[in-house]
Design a binder for this molecule. Structure first.
Ligand SMILES: Nc1ncnc2c1ncn2[C@@H]1O[C@H](COP(=O)(O)OP(=O)(O)OP(=O)(O)O)[C@@H](O)[C@H]1O
Length: 368
């Protein structure tokens, strides 16, 4: 089954003084009342698999109130190997380790990739484009370290160029050099994003058809530098020329507004249900189906690219889904995908699922 998460241990982490969680190779259900600490455990699993948390906490947020620091560890097993991923926060600084050796976040990221689905993701469709871009980029970063480097390089270049544009006393002659840097970094991000989105799109269309057979779904990338013909999407030189032309056209506007107005940071990812933009037309149920299908597509694309499944982290999503959708997600995880699901209510699960899962009560000691 490849690598899977075996044991999570947390010390002075969020609501926990010391806790050890043994995970099943298949499905582990964490059940407990509100504020029991279920999401805290999911977050620890995400930190030690994706190298970041969906809550985007500051390091000190992770430290249990009143404690000097925190330490979380995840033992991975499989393929005849044992790997220990760790993270500490001491004096407000976060540090990662792999088999006891200090590494950066990229040293733990993607060793066992993870796909997280939580209630916040249900408004991925409605909220601003930055949420959709981040969803795609966060996924790309886990699959490929160079994706992270490209996005990081683009963001740094963008920040410097914006600083120059904002500075009323700076000579804008310097902009030319930043234009070149922005185009180089931005074109690389675009080519990678478009390739990844195309892979997710293919899976998404297929998965959505299984969830809602009478509807069709699609996703398009709307680049702020103008339309990139599908045939040129993988052609970096073609993207570079589009970007250069768009920057030249917006130059005056950019100088006036003190802001870079075109590039991957301004692009839109548009979801369509039955040919109409989901953001304005999709019902709540359709939006949920879309996000669910997107997450499942991420799981499948991970397998296509890396040849192994990620761990699937489903935080409190059952209560947000109707019975049919709950069933479709459970049918999907019944296979060989290691899954951790949190819930306040075991009633959302069929007896068959519960029999095949490891059920762990969280926060029971507090209730006793
Ligand atoms: N740094 C910290 N120190 C102490 N307690 C913390 C810290 N960070 C979070 N908590 C506590 O953890 C609890 C929340 O835990 P969590 O979000 O995991 O709950 P949950 O079981 O997922 O609940 P729900 O079912 O409501 O989503 C809160 O009571 C919060 O105050």
């Amino acid at each position: 089954m490849g690598i899977y998460a075996r044991t999570l241990t947390v010390h002075n982490y969020r609501s926990y003084e010391l806790y050890e969680l043994e995970l099943d190779e298949g499905v582990t259900v964490l059940v407990g009342p509100n504020a029991a600490g279920k999401t805290n455990l999911v977050e620890a699993l995400q930190l030690l698999t994706a190298g970041q948390s969906f809550r985007r906490p500051s390091p000190s947020d992770l430290v249990r109130d009143g404690a000097p620091g925190t330490k979380i560890e995840l033992r991975l097993e499989g393929d005849g190997r044992v790997l220990d991923m760790g993270m500490t926060v001491e004096r407000g600084r976060r540090a990662f380790s792999r088999n006891g050796k200090k590494v950066t976040a990229s040293g733990v990221r993607g060793v066992l990739p993870s796909v997280l689905f939580c209630p916040d993701h249900l408004d991925m469709i409605k909220r601003s484009a930055s949420v959709r871009r981040a969803a795609l980029d966060d996924f790309g970063v886990q699959l490929n370290e160079s994706y992270a480097q490209l996005v990081g390089a683009y963001e740094r270049t963008l920040e410097q160029r914006n600083n120059l544009l904002k500075d009323r006393f700076a000579s804008h002659d310097l902009l030319g050099a930043w234009d070149d840097a922005l185009i180089t970094a931005g074109a690389s991000v675009l080519v990678h994003r478009l390739a990844l989105l195309e892979r997710v799109r293919e899976r998404l269309v297929d998965v959505y058809a299984r969830i809602a057979p009478r509807e069709t779904v699609d996703v398009r990338y709307r680049a702020s530098i103008g339309d990139i013909p599908a045939a040129s999407a993988r052609d970096r030189d073609a993207v570079v020329s589009c970007f250069a032309a768009a920057l030249a056209e917006t130059r005056e506007d950019e100088v006036r507004r003190g802001l870079t107005l075109v590039g991957p940071h301004r692009d839109e990812i548009v979801f369509l249900v039955d040919g109409r933009e989901a953001r304005s037309f999709a019902s709540q149920g359709q939006q949920r189906s879309l996000v669910l299908a997107w997450k499942i597509a991420e799981v499948e694309v991970t397998y296509d690219i890396l040849g192994r499944y990620p761990i699937l982290l489903l935080d409190d999503v059952m209560s947000e889904l109707d019975a049919a959708r709950r069933e479709s997600i459970m049918r999907f995880v019944e296979g060989e995908i290691q899954t951790v699901i949190t819930t306040t209510n075991l009633g959302y699960f069929s007896d068959g699922i519960l029999d095949a899962s490891k059920v762990v009560g969280i926060g029971e000691e507090k209730r006793a």
